[in-house]
Design a protein around this ligand. Structure first.
Ligand SMILES: [Zn+2]
Length: 186
């Protein structure tokens, strides 16, 4: 049976947690941050995603994975994506590795272990079709352009590993996308 997406009540909890995380960051870093748009439109194996799109900061969550692993996602995916947003705001995009030192430092300031792996059973999570397979671990390390570089990406076999660090996804070919440096381990 397929997991249902989180209901509106839980969505509000996630939005509140995201907002609280950003407000906490404002105190920690003594500056203001705009609230990004928060959407629950991810599917497949990705728990969360931060992106800048049309000058709009967006944090997207997977409503199915949040339903199934609500507490873990609230405790980890929310600050994980918020930290990507904060790093982008504070340091920009140039020469910033997605899970590099800046992101790790922000996570630690937020009081969350800077982990990029998770172990979710995805067997009952609706999968979206992918135009091409995404190679675990090869995303940022290859230095080659990839089509999408999601967070919390499980390798083949359904054992989510997040081996692929997650990046600031941009549309292929966008200037920001090309600015991302090569070597990155996660
Ligand atoms: Zn990430």
């Amino acid at each position: 049976m397929t997991v249902k997406p989180i209901n509106q009540s839980r969505q509000r909890q996630v939005v509140a947690a995201t907002t609280a995380c950003i407000l906490r960051a404002e105190q920690l870093f003594e500056r203001d941050f705009l609230l990004p748009h928060i959407r629950f439109d991810l599917s497949g194996r990705i728990a969360g995603m931060y992106r800048l799109r049309h000058q709009q900061h967006e944090i997207r969550y997977n409503p199915y994975l949040f339903e199934k692993y609500f507490d873990d996602n609230l405790a980890n995916t929310v600050p994980h994506e918020v930290a990507h947003y904060l790093v982008a705001e504070m340091y920009g995009w140039r020469n910033i590795r997605p899970h590099g030192t800046q992101w790790q430092a922000v996570m630690l300031r937020l009081g969350v272990a800077p982990q990029v792996t998770c172990r979710y059973d995805l067997s009952d999570i609706p999968q979206r079709r992918q135009r091409r397979p995404v190679r675990p671990g090869g995303l940022e390390g290859s230095g080659r352009p990839v089509r999408r570089r999601p967070d919390r990406l499980p390798p083949y076999g359904g054992r989510p590993a997040h081996a692929a660090p997650a990046p600031h996804r941009q549309r292929p070919g966008s200037p920001l996308y090309r600015l991302l440096p090569g070597k990155q381990r996660g």
